[in-house]
Design a protein around this ligand. Structure first.
Ligand code: SAH
Length: 250
């Protein structure tokens, strides 16, 4: 008998930011698959087998999860944040696309709070108008496509969230992203570096494009760039950043 395959997100880090449906799926699971640090966050319990894997093995992990579910398991695939944002849900569907539909296990995708929304909430409402999310990793798309998208998002007046800005294997990607932004945006544009949001290591820095340095980001950072209207306001004991909901007529 075929089992179930649930793809879920555990949010940015804090336990309180996991949605109850994801908690319920985890409580009933027989098998959990995911990138090692994400799985280590789960409370171990009898009857739950953890299948840890490396971050680069997403399609293999998806195949393994599908096979376990086809064999009758209640299988969960765990991503951080939201599973549909630069994460496992699309990898699972990529594998399912090549399998006969009648062989699919029962599939469910449970949303999670993605890093850019968790970061935005900490600082106010920097994504209060139209915005987009861009993955700066060039593992799965050419660097030129990344530059093209950043340029056009900036020209379109979108606020932006950059995921995977910088890693040991890609030390220069974020510097190139900043170069593109400097060609298209004014130096006063607000840039927010939000690191390890909702964890004990959380660090949030609000700066401008002129002051932003690529070394301010690492793999645990999501970078938010405001639109031309995004502003910093004084609050009680702290500053806030927000983007007005209105936009000048074209
Ligand atoms: N599915 C995840 C994103 C996975 S890509 C989500 O929806 O959030 C991994 C990238 O997400 C990291 O490089 C970083 O840019 C961002 N990220 C994930 N968790 C984060 C957190 N707690 N704080 C800041 N950025 C985070």
């Amino acid at each position: 008998m075929s089992g179930t395959l649930t793809i879920l997100g555990t949010g940015p880090g804090a336990e309180g930011l996991i949605v109850p449906e994801a908690d319920a799926a985890l409580a009933q699971a027989t098998d959990a698959l995911g990138y090692i640090p994400y799985l280590r966050r789960l409370a171990p319990r009898a009857g739950l087998r953890l299948h840890e894997s490396d971050n680069r093995e997403e399609l293999d992990r998806a195949r393994h999860a599908i096979a376990l579910a086809q064999a009758g398991g209640r299988v969960v695939v765990v991503s951080s944040g939201d599973p549909g944002v630069f994460a496992m849900a699309a990898a699972v569907f990529e594998v399912l696309e090549d399998l006969a539909p009648q062989t699919h296990p029962e599939i469910a995708v449970i949303p999670g709070i993605t890093a850019m929304l968790a970061a935005a909430a900490r600082i106010g409402a920097p994504l209060g108008h139209d915005f987009c999310a861009i993955n700066l990793s060039d593992n799965l798309k050419p660097a030129e496509t990344i530059r093209h998208r950043i340029r056009h998002a900036a020209l379109g007046g979108f606020a932006m969230g950059f995921y995977n800005p910088r890693s040991a294997s890609r030390p220069d990607g974020f510097a190139r992203a900043l170069d593109v932004l400097r060609e298209t945006c004014e130096p006063e544009r607000i840039v927010i570096f939000a690191r390890a949001v909702s964890t004990p290591q959380e660090e949030i820095t609000v700066t401008t494009l002129a002051e932003a340095r690529d070394t301010m980001a690492d793999m645990r950072t999501v970078v938010l760039v405001g639109n031309p209207e995004t502003r910093r306001i004084a609050g009680k004991g702290r500053d806030w950043v927000y983007t007005p909901r209105s936009w000048p007529a074209l």
